[in-house]
Ligand binder design. Structure first.
Ligand code: HEC
Length: 112
């Protein structure tokens, strides 16, 4: 009895993906344009020494929140992150701004 039941369960498991495939093949595909609204942000970095540099250089590609929600990092880690933005993502940051931004980020108080 148990044997028979497991055979029929197996049959269902094996046949159902085939049934799904067969159904999707017979139905024509419809494409339509969809509108989505991406979140936008006009949040800037909190005031302080270097705030102008970071506001000028770090808001073109992503929000301030992307940066402000990171955990507290060391100066070496922020240097690495800022260098990555410049080298990997081609953010055009001048060396003076880069130094000011790294100091700003290193001294950043935890954000609410
Ligand atoms: C040219 C575009 C661009 C600019 C300008 C830019 N970033 Fe980014 N940033 C990115 C991209 C792309 C990612 C990765 C996004 C992802 O992984 O979803 C990223 C991610 C980050 C992250 C998340 C952690 C990580 O390492 O991926 C931090 C922090 C960050 N950026 C900081 C900065 C700072 C600070 C500046 C200004 C010095 C800056 N970004 C300027 C493109 C940019």
């Amino acid at each position: 009895m148990f044997f028979v039941r497991s055979i029929s369960l197996l049959a269902v498991l094996v046949s159902s993906p085939v049934a799904v495939l067969a159904a999707s093949e017979s139905e024509p595909m419809h494409f339509s344009s969809q509108e989505i609204e991406l979140p936008s942000s006009d949040r800037t970095f909190p005031d302080g020494p270097g705030a102008e540099a970071i506001n000028n250089n770090c808001l073109a590609c992503h929000s301030a929140g992307m940066v402000l929600t990171q955990p507290k990092l060391t100066k070496a880690q922020w240097t690495e992150t800022v260098n990555k933005m410049a080298k990997v993502y081609h953010a055009p940051i001048s060396p003076e701004d880069s130094a000011a931004i790294i100091d700003y980020l290193t001294n950043l108080k935890p954000q609410p």
